[in-house]
Design a protein around this ligand. Structure first.
Ligand code: GDP
Length: 194
């Protein structure tokens, strides 16, 4: 079995994270938890890149539609008035499109984070997908209050500062996708690796 310290995950500071001046803060939170940044750079993602980053399969896209419908139901919003339809398979692609607008509105910072249970620990540090629900002490809970009810009404994606892979398999795929042949570095962290 692979050493647990070797687990890697993909993190992308989204445009709102960059625009809120949170680059240093986000990196600090990973590093203070003894995770290592082993690749890092800022760039402007193209619409096409973001389109290829988010899954295109029907299950994933329809899941986005279901989530949006659940928000409508919870807050007593008429999905037909807001989205023009109440079919998850039609709402999903609309939300996916908002994601393309969101991820291309300003530069983003991509990084590879390495360490013990990196995938799960990074998601824990990031907090709940929906910032208004995220616990205080998490990145999303400390620096955003965005909600799907607000985002859907404004016809945009929920702005939640960071993207982080959900599983080791997704991490492997996303690191390959965003870093390609670029070098993923390695080094010993004092007090962590020895
Ligand atoms: P993540 O893995 O925590 O980023 O969450 P998901 O994979 O479920 O969703 C991808 C992204 O879509 C999220 O980070 C949000 O930016 C956005 N998003 C998810 N659900 C909704 C929703 O119901 N409404 C809107 N407007 N955006 C959403």
């Amino acid at each position: 079995m692979k050493n647990p310290k070797e687990e890697v995950t993909y993190v992308m500071l989204k445009p709102d994270g960059v625009q809120k001046g949170l680059i240093g803060e986000v990196i600090k939170r990973f590093e203070q938890r003894d995770l290592k940044i082993v690749a890092l750079d800022m760039f402007e993602a193209s619409r096409e890149q973001v389109d290829n980053h988010y899954p295109k399969d029907e299950t994933w896209v329809t899941r986005l539609g279901h989530k949006t419908l659940a928000t409508c139901e919870k807050y007593n919003i008429d999905p037909i008035k807001q989205m023009g339809t109440d079919k998850p398979e039609e709402i999903g692609p609309q939300v996916r499109n908002w994601l393309l607008d969101y991820l291309t509105m300003a530069p983003v910072v991509r990084m590879v984070v390495k360490g013990v249970h990196a995938v799960d620990v990074v998601r824990k540090i990031a907090g709940d997908t929906m910032p208004y629900k995220a616990d205080m002490g998490t990145i999303r809970g400390d620096f955003s209050i965005d909600s799907p009810a607000l985002a859907n009404a404004e016809k945009r994606a929920v702005m939640n500062i960071v993207h982080c892979s959900e599983t080791p398999e997704e991490a492997e795929h996303e690191i390959k996708f965003w870093f390609g042949e670029s070098v993923i570095h390695d080094y010993k962290r004092f007090g962590v690796d020895n």
